[in-house]
Each structure stands twice: as C-alpha cells, then as structure tokens.
Design a protein around this ligand. Structure first.
Ligand code: ARG
Length: 654
C-alpha cells in the first residue's frame, strides 16, 4: 500500500489541464509535520502562486474542490497561507490494514519498472584479518540487496574480494622466511595472520627509521619558527594570533608524525625476536613487492603459494558470512580480472583516453588535479585498473541499470575518478553510486580497536556480542520473571546468537551510513532504547500475545476478523503499518537503510503504546478482541518482514 503516492497521484490528477506538467508538483504532498493537523499535508498551493498568479489560499480552495479524495480522506482542511491538511478515513485505514494482514507481501507491490542492480559489497582483503569496517559494508550491502529484491528488482550480489594485492607478496616473503610449521599445521589462519603482522611490523619499522632524523630536523625548524613568532610579535594583534596558531599547529603536526614513527620503531625495537628478524631481513618492503610482481607475472612457485593461502583465508571469511547470514551470487575477486587488465589499458590508449606520463600510463580527467594511474612504470597495474576492468565485465555480462559500491568513505576520490572515467569509456546510462559509509569508532572516538590495540578479527567480535547478549537477555533472573525458565540451554544459546548478531547489524544500519559511530557492544544489546534487541523483544511480545489468545491466527484465519479503530493508539498503529511500502521505497531512493530502521523502531514504539492503552485479550467485546488480535498479527508480520529485510533474525520467545 503506497499511501503517499496514492495521494500524490490524486493531486497531480487534479492539476491536469490546469497547469503544465502537473507531475512536478506531487512531491509537495508529504507526511504531516504535526499529527494534530492531519496525517498528510499538501503544500502545492504555495508553489503554484506564481504559476497561476493567484493567492495561495484561493488556489488551495480550488484544489480541494478539484481533487478526488472522498474514498480516502475526510473533507480536507485549509490552514495558514494555503496548506491543505489531509486526514485519512478510518474505514479506509481499516480496510487497507485488513488487506495487509492477509497478504504475504504485506501489500507491497513489485516494481513495474524492475531494474538490474549490481551491488559490490563486503569485498574484504583476503589473508588480512577481517575487521569491524568489513561488517559495515557487509551488513549495509546485504540489507540493500534484500530490500531491492523484495521490491521486485534483479539484484546481483558481487563480493569484489581483494585477493590479488600486495599483502600476498608480504605473506609469501614471510611464509618463506618466518613461518612456524607446527603452528601453520594446526592453525593456518592464525599463523598466516601472524606472518602478515610480522612482515607489516618490520616494513613499518624499516620505513620509519630513516624518516625519524628528517622529522626531528623538521621539528627543530618548526620550534624555531614558533620561537621567532613569540619573540617578535606582529603589531597587529589579530595577525599575531593567527601566526601563533599556525606555528603551534605545525609543531604539533610534526610531533604527531614523530610519535607515529616512534611507535612503529618501538613495536619492533622492544621485541628482541622481531628486532633480530628486522636486522636479518633488510629492505623487506621492496622484496615483498618483488614477490607480488613475480606472482602477477605468473611465477609458478608464488602462484602455488597463492593457491594455498586463498582457501585457508576464505574458509574463515565464509564462516563469518554464514554466521551473519549473508550470501553472494558471485565472488569475483581482483584476481579474476587480472587477465583482462592489459586489454583495458590497450583500449584506453587506443581510444586516446590514456597516455604515458613520466613512464606511467594515466587517464587524465579535467575534473581532477591528479590523473588516474592505470599502469605504473614498472608495468604493475593498480586498484583502479581492476575497477575499470570490473565495470567493463559487469556491463557486458550483467547489463545492469545501476552498480552500487558499498565502500568506506575514504575511497571517495577513487570512485569519483572511476565514475568519470567510466562515463568517458561510454558507460553513460548506468547509475554508478558510491554508497559510502563512515568509520566505526571506539569509545575514545578513534577508529575502533580492541583491548590489545590491534584491529580485531571478526569472529571474536561476533563472539563478544553474542556473550554480551547472553548476559542481558538470558540472565537467569530475567528468564524466571518472564516465565521462560524452562528454556533449554540450546534455546538460550540460539537466542543469544540471534540477539548478538542482530545487535551488531542493527547498530551498523541504524546510524546514518555517512556518519561515523561509536561501537559499544554493551549498549547495542540492551533491551531498552533503539537497539536490535528491543525490536526482537517487541516481535516476541506479539508472538506471546497471539499464543496466549489461543486463537489459531494465520493469514487465512485473520481475514475473517473485522477491524475497529476505537482508540487513537489503534489508529496510529494502523497508519504506521500502512506506511511500510512508502518507507521501503524511500529507503532505496538514496540507499539509506537507516530510513527503514527508524521506521521499524517507531512501529515497535507505537505497538508498545497500543498495547499499553488498548487491552487485547481483555478487550470489552469479542469483536474488539479479534480486531486487536488482527492488529497484533499485522504488526508481527511487518516487524518480522522489516527485520528480515535488514538481515536481522527473530525468535518467538525471549
Ligand atoms: N578490497 C577493498 C578494501 O577492502 C574494497 C573493494 C571495494 N570494491 C571495489 N570495486 N573497489 O578496501
């Protein structure tokens, strides 16, 4: 049921033959800003003032006479300068919610203009530990895929794995030189990740060492500048303040970079074992790069190692996906596109889009200061080259109407350039979107890290959330009080898993995707507040009422129940339920899952209010009891479907 578009259509129709292009005004029919004035409002009269050269109140008057709303609304009211306030008829609401309750699609229609979407999400770098940022892309991408599919679109979920990058050179080098065979035998994932971290630490150390003296010189210079500013102040006080601020800022920035260098040096210098390795393996970064280059050039020994490492790492990644309930149609990693890269570069050169500059092949884009490099002077291809090949491939094989990239905001410039380049290559009709998201922060406001100070592995993080959920939801005293003491251990574990994973997902989805947010497991699993756990709990409450009613409620039986809207809380709940489809359409308009989470949360709160104010099992009459049970049932269905579209599971009791 699309209430909003129904009202919009009616108004647009009322303008037929009166103004040109009536469609353009329909966006001005919106949800009411203040529920006291109505359910919806039409603000067209004000924008038609100049078009019709008339007083907006008169226009509103005429509009009200023309628009056909009798079957949907009470007599519209004109307010203020010319707002038209609309209140839906109770009969209409009752009739529509009765339809919703018996429809497996909850009266959400399937798109008549079905489109093909490729969604590029998750895309972790293989053989590096997966971390909290990877959850955000996975969860947002999965929710968008589910919603678009539900709305009747074709969705191709493509996991663009980073399985061909420079980390392999580091791991190959580390594996040959630093591996512990017994450890590799027993826990290959952990050992690979240890090897990777070892090489990374040494690379950091060796790069920082020569930079430190340079940085110290810079610091002395900056301090000198500051001393001069302090010793001979500018006569203009404002200028002086500005100069001081600038001088202090540059001292601070050099100090920061020195402390960064020092911590990289310390990480190795304070660990004798590591220090010995670092000294015995000079120029490790260069040597690792060489291993990557050899692998890319087809070196058999390196490729053999690559083939050994990828499945080990994938097993871990896949286990996280299983736990998250996420599936992909394709997992074409970067390696898949490797054979196509030289062709892409050739074609771009031939068409004049790319040319050589200081040995590198570049695509120059007027819109940007720096070009997009697609092949380095040593012949190596880059991340951008792969992404161009990927667009070519997807366009040819999937013929999408849109490609969505659910990737961290720090890659914003990469995608801006990529999209401009793709347009130049002739891909003009496809919608290319960077569905960007912010950083997940720790309590201190810096990027989330675990207690040990490193970015945490995904599995551990999920475990931690599940444990926290168990502590809150499956607390013995709580279960006792809620009459759930007889739940088996398996059942409580299943509840904790559903709530813990749901909590992480809900937190990721409910924050506006473009903003950063603080990751706090304890808060996310709470039963009160805007959390996944609260919504799952409200769902379980609908189940419990229905169970206690001892009526065999289903889509078939509920159809026989008449709906009465006796109380305000009932009417508000019904209106909310009927807005489900409008919300879904709005969610995918600019790909913000937080539109849907906000709706589900407000639906749950509305249900709590209804439940508080309208006795269900103890309703005054049998008719009213049935009507209210039908509303519980409809709420249960919408909550369940809404959460499912977010990838969040439910349990019947918790
Ligand atoms: N593997 C990349 C990373 O972890 C993300 C890839 C995103 N997708 C793409 N087509 N570039 O940073």
């Amino acid at each position: 049921m699309q209430i909003l578009s129904l009202l919009q259509e009616r108004f647009s129709h009322a303008l037929d033959g009166w103004v040109e292009n009536p469609e353009q005004y329909k966006q001005q029919v919106v949800e009411a800003r203040d529920a006291r004035h109505g359910d919806y409002q039409a603000n067209l009269a004000m924008s038609l003032k100049n078009v019709l050269s008339k007083n907006p109140r008169e226009i509103a008057q005429e509009l009200v006479e023309r628009v056909e709303l009798d079957d949907i609304c009470l007599q519209p009211e004109i307010a203020g300068p010319g707002f038209i306030n609309l209140r839906l008829k109770d009969e209409f609401l009752a009739e529509q919610v009765a339809k919703l309750a018996v429809d497996p699609r909850l009266t959400v229609s399937e798109a008549t203009d079905s489109k093909t979407f490729v969604i590029d999400y998750s895309s972790p770098n293989v053989a590096k530990p997966m971390h909290v940022g990877h959850i955000r892309t996975t969860v947002i991408g999965d929710a968008l895929a589910r919603i678009l599919r539900f709305l009747g679109h074709d969705v191709i979920a493509d996991n663009h794995l980073g399985d061909w990058g420079t980390q392999f050179g580091m791991i190959i080098y580390g594996y040959r030189n630093f591996r512990d065979d017994a450890a590799f035998e027993q826990q290959p994932v952990a050992e690979l990740s240890r090897i990777y971290r070892t090489v990374q630490a040494i690379v950091g150390y060796q790069a920082a060492l020569p930079k430190l003296p340079e940085a110290e010189v810079k610091l002395a210079e900056a301090q000198e500048t500051l001393a001069v500013v302090e010793a001979s102040p500018d006569e203009d006080a404002k200028q002086q303040k500005k100069k001081l601020k600038a001088a202090k800022r540059s001292v601070r920035s050099v100090e920061d970079s020195i402390s960064g260098l020092n911590s990289k040096i310390q990480a190795v210098a304070s660990a004798p074992e590591l220090l010995k390795l670092a000294e015995g393996h000079p120029e490790i970064e260069k040597r690792s790069q060489l291993e990557t280059a050899k692998m890319h050039a087809g070196d058999a020994a390196n490729l053999e190692l690559w083939e050994k490492f990828v499945p080990i790492s994938m097993e871990e990644i896949d286990s996280a996906y299983r736990r998250l309930g996420v599936e992909f149609d394709y997992t074409y990693g970067e390696s898949f596109y490797h054979p196509m890269l030289s062709g892409v570069v050739e074609r771009l050169k031939d068409s004049g889009l790319a040319r050589e500059d200081k040995g590198a092949i570049c695509v120059f884009l007027d819109e940007f200061e720096t070009p997009m490099i697609i092949q380095k002077s040593d012949g190596a291809f880059l991340y951008s080259t792969t992404d161009l090949a990927t667009i070519e491939y997807r366009m040819e094989h999937f013929k999408p109407d849109a490609i969505l990239y659910v990737v961290d905001h720090r890659q914003g410039e990469h995608f801006e350039k990529l999209f401009v380049a793709a347009r130049k290559m002739g891909y003009r009709d496809v919608e290319l979107q960077h569905v960007s998201f912010g950083t997940v922060l720790g309590e201190d406001g810096t990027p989330f890290k675990t207690r040990s100070g490193t970015v945490m592995g995904l599995d551990l993080l999920l475990d931690e959330a599940v444990q926290a959920a168990h502590a809150v939801v499956c607390d013995e005293e709580r279960l006792e009080k809620g009459g759930l003491a007889e739940l088996s251990k398996e059942e409580t574990l299943r509840i904790a898993e559903t709530v813990g994973i749901g909590a992480i997902k809900y937190a990721d989805l409910s924050h506006n995707r473009t903003s950063d947010y603080k990751f706090n497991i304890k808060e996310m699993v709470q039963l009160a507040g805007e959390t996944g756990a609260y919504l799952q709990y409200m769902y379980a409450r609908t189940c419990s009422i229905i169970a206690r009613s001892e009526t065999n409620l289903s889509m078939e039986t509920v159809g026989g129940f008449e709906i009465y809207l006796a109380e305000q809380a009932e009417r508000d709940l019904v209106l909310k339920l009927l807005q489900f489809e409008d919300v879904l359409l709005n969610t995918v308009e600019e790909y913000y899952p937080s539109v849907l989470t906000a709706y589900i949360y407000s639906l749950a709160k509305q249900f709590a209010l209804f439940f508080d104010q309208c006795p269900v099992l103890k309703a005054e009459t049998r008719e009213l009891k049935e009507s209210r049970l039908a509303l519980c049932f409809a709420t249960q269905q919408v909550l369940k479907q809404g959460l499912e579209l977010l990838g969040i599971g439910v349990v019947p009791r918790m």
